[in-house]
Ligand binder design. Structure first.
Ligand code: CU
Length: 451
């Protein structure tokens, strides 16, 4: 196959920069096209299901059986390898997140492709209303293996889907480091990926250790990859993959060759261009006009649905917004945001005058005072990972003009946490506002709940 030849040639050249630029327009027709699972014909869907079934048949549960479904599921994130055959874990909460997952999907797709050369990995476009109840119908057909996680866990997420405006804004965040992360987690991973794993899908996808067990995982992540591809193909895009904490850009656990022995990517630079990897997407952004928006509440219609629930934890920090010019944004840092081990959560962050009562169920209150949100999913096995991270968000004085009218007066930063499943605290969360009077608060259990 031509794409394989391209890839092999690229490896022989040996320089990632060279093969990223080595695709000629003529080869575009030879690229495999990943399609929306809702648009597959019954025959194509059947062939995809069959290929997944063959992988599952090689071994349902034993991750040491190479080229089996369980092996690929374990590749995603099993931090204690059962054997040398398996080298995880995956990369999360840093700037290798996108490249690592692109490589993982590529190897999985190659395994499917080796079973049936007509098969490519279909994506689930979760920016659009689902064809089924919460997922594409293909994942809800209970007679299909696509409806079942190999560990038997049912999808139990109940959070509303993120709106296209939010997906759009986070996908096209101006700075690559905000989009993809640098020393810490990028906005896309935090607010979309983590949110979808822990709060929307749930079940096996709630936990990093079991996410790959549910076949919906591959199509879910294929859409994340499609959105990255979309970002990369914006006119004028100059993003460069960074590997802030890993100068060698090595992607942990990648076998370097497919089950059939063909060479595959091992570094972040290898996966910079999907054409080099031999595939593309047929995805197109929704053409509905974007509504002009200035606040997070307008960007994220699902916030309203979250906010009408009762928060499990509410933390408040007194704050005085500093005076400043219109181009002088306020950066607010949340320090020590703890990754939960039991359940995912979404936290909605409000900034409101002290004299205005916190009223998240009130639409007008949300529209005025909701300034950001963060999300996380559960990491039961934290080996080799930091338990806590820092998050920063920037308040633009122009966008939040009405808030900055209160500069110099007493305000309150309120964080309302919504847990996705088990009634456990999201963990200790210490936060401070960087350029304002600092107060620190910890959410670490019942005594800290002052709702
Ligand atoms: Cu994921």
């Amino acid at each position: 196959m031509l794409k394989r030849n391209l890839y092999r040639a690229a490896l022989l050249v040996g320089a990632a920069v060279v093969f990223a630029a080595s695709i000629s327009p003529a080869s575009a027709a030879d690229l495999l096209v990943r399609r929306n699972i809702d648009t597959l014909s019954a025959g194509d869907l059947g062939r995809y299901i069959h290929a997944v079934q063959v992988l599952e048949g090689r071994s349902t549960k034993d991750p040491t059986v190479l080229n089996s479904y369980a092996w690929y599921a374990a590749l995603h994130n099993k931090t204690q390898p059962p054997s040398k055959a398996f080298g995880g874990p995956c990369e999360h909460k840093n700037d290798l997140f996108f490249p690592w997952h692109r490589a993982m999907l590529w190897y999985f797709e190659q395994a499917l492709h080796e079973v049936d050369p007509t098969v490519t990995l279909p994506y689930w476009d979760w920016s659009r209303k689902p064809s089924g109840n919460r997922f594409p119908k293909a994942f809800e057909d209970t007679t299909s293996i696509l409806s079942k996680s190999i560990d038997g866990r049912a999808r139990d997420g109940t959070a509303p889907a993120p709106g296209w405006n939010l997906i759009h804004d986070l996908t096209l965040t101006a700075h690559y480091s905000d989009f993809a992360g640098a020393s810490g987690e990028g906005l896309f991973e935090d607010q979309l990926h983590d949110y979808m794993h822990g709060s929307y899908v749930g079940g096996a996808l709630s936990f990093n250790t079991t996410a790959g067990n549910d076949p919906v995982f591959w199509s879910f992540h294929a859409f994340i990859d499609a959105l990255w591809w979309f970002r990369q193909h914006q006119p004028g895009n100059t993003d460069q993959i960074t590997c802030t904490n890993k100068p060698d850009c090595l992607l942990k656990g990648m076998p370097g060759k497919t089950g059939a022995g063909l060479p595959g990517p091992t570094t972040a630079k290898d996966v910079a261009d999907t054409a080099t990897l031999g595939y593309t997407y047929d995805w197109q952004a929704p053409d509905s006009p974007l509504i002009a928006h200035a606040t997070m509440s307008n960007q994220a219609p699902e916030v309203a649905a979250l906010a009408v629930r009762t928060a499990s934890h509410i933390a408040t920090v007194p704050i005085v917004l500093p005076n400043g010019g219109p181009d002088d944004p306020l950066k607010i840092n949340l320090h020590g945001v703890t990754t939960p081990q039991k359940a995912g959560y979404v936290a909605l962050i409000y900034l409101h005058p002290k004299s205005v009562a916190f009223a998240p169920k009130n639409k007008a209150f949300r529209e005025k005072y909701l300034v950001s949100r963060l999300a996380d999913w559960a990491f039961p096995d934290m080996m080799g990972m930091n338990m806590t991270s820092d998050r920063e968000f920037v308040l633009d004085r122009r966008a939040y003009r009405s808030l900055f009218a209160h500069a110099g007066t007493n305000m309150v930063l309120t964080i309302a946490t919504y847990l996705s499943a088990a009634p456990k605290p999201a963990g200790a969360m210490a936060m401070q506002a960087a350029t304002a009077p600092i107060s620190e608060i910890t959410i670490a259990g019942a005594d800290a709940v002052n709702e």
